[in-house]
Design a binder for this molecule. Structure first.
Ligand code: SF4
Length: 340
């Protein structure tokens, strides 16, 4: 079994050397991950260059695009404090029940046109109703017959039986975010527990599906919580990690919470790459808001972005994303892991 790297005091941390150790199969300790997240600003480019070595090893210069479809909006009985669709949110958002077959197919067409690898069907719910599961079972084979797309389902908490049904109908992966550390979770949600989320991820894994699970940074948590989340995702061997930066939407309990700097967001992305070297790491919600003019630098650590809008907030125009990727010299691909 691979042991954690021996601990080096943060001032001696040689990011490049550390990246080579990670590529050789060694695992970062919690302290080392924390040191990366707290790297001095004047070390940011060195940190990103080292994260890029790891990214290039497993993903080369490729970028995987994801497309989100908010298939049922604003009707959730849960109280996730960051979420505009929760029962405790007064945010001014669209509220509607599960979209029709035509609208879901329309979304898949748009995802394919926008060069996405994955079409994400997301509903606001504690978990799916029988009717919603049946709708997914019906639409997924149709989508896959028409388009060259993976399908990711984000339907809330799942039982093992529901997860098995999703696998059987052709869903490729399930998204269910850990969102924060086990310790901080009860500060952001009281209607379900961190353990409920872990149980869903285990059910998904047992059903043979790939895991998509990440979190949100900027909810008032400590740096240690961000690191703990990265380590938990490593333990779960999550294949795809969406990293959101809180969009503090008016009307949600977390409106006007801690503001993030672009530099901190970049350090977080780099730390996630070091801790989860082989994972597909996606810069998710809040990319435009928090990274601003530095968002292209995020792709030296991450290898995936959403193209188009987020669930209830706007993203930048797809053309701006394509231009950014092209100017970086990176390539949009639908392939799985690409070892250099
Ligand atoms: S369960 Fe999902 S949709 Fe419901 S409040 Fe939480 S994050 Fe929002």
């Amino acid at each position: 079994m691979i042991q954690p790297l021996s601990m080096m005091a943060p001032p001696n941390l040689d990011y490049s050397d550390l990246a080579e150790h990670v590529i050789a199969g060694q695992r970062l300790s919690e302290l080392q991950a924390l040191a990366l997240l707290q790297a001095p600003d004047d070390e940011l480019l060195n940190l990103l260059a080292a994260a890029y070595r790891i990214r290039r090893r497993y993903w080369n210069n490729t970028v995987q695009l994801y497309f989100l479809m908010n298939a049922k909006s604003g009707l959730c009985p849960e109280d996730c404090h960051y979420c505009s669709q929760s029962k405790v949110s007064d945010a001014d958002i669209p509220r509607y029940n599960l979209l029709s077959r035509e609208k879901l197919l329309d979304g898949a067409r748009l995802a394919a046109e926008r060069r996405s690898r994955t079409y994400c069907i997301v509903i606001s719910a504690r978990g799916p109703s029988e009717r919603e599961i049946q709708a997914v079972e019906k639409i997924v084979p149709e989508i896959k017959a028409r388009y060259d797309l993976d399908v990711c389902a984000c339907l809330g908490l799942l039982t093992p039986e529901q997860a098995a049904r999703l696998a059987a109908c052709g869903v490729d992966k399930v998204n269910h975010n850990l969102n924060s550390s086990p310790e901080y979770y009860e500060k952001i949600c009281t209607t379900h527990s961190y353990q409920d989320r872990i149980s869903t991820l285990k059910a998904v894994r047992d059903a043979g599906l790939a895991l998509c699970s990440g979190g949100i940074i900027g909810m008032g948590e400590e740096d240690r919580d961000v690191v703990r989340m990265a380590l938990e995702l490593r333990e779960l061997e999550v294949e795809s990690i969406p990293l959101n930066f809180l969009i503090d939407i008016d009307g949600t309990p977390l409106a006007h919470t801690r503001r993030l700097t672009p530099r901190y967001c970049l350090k977080a992305l780099a730390m996630f790459r070091f801790v989860n070297p082989r994972a597909e790491i996606r810069i998710a919600g809040g990319r435009e808001l928090h990274l601003g003019s530095m968002q292209c630098l995020g792709l030296y650590a991450a290898n995936s972005i959403f193209v188009g809008d987020y669930l209830t907030t706007k993203g930048q125009a797809p053309e701006a994303d394509y231009k950014m990727i092209e100017e970086l010299g990176f390539v949009i691909t639908k392939e799985e892991e690409v070892a250099a």
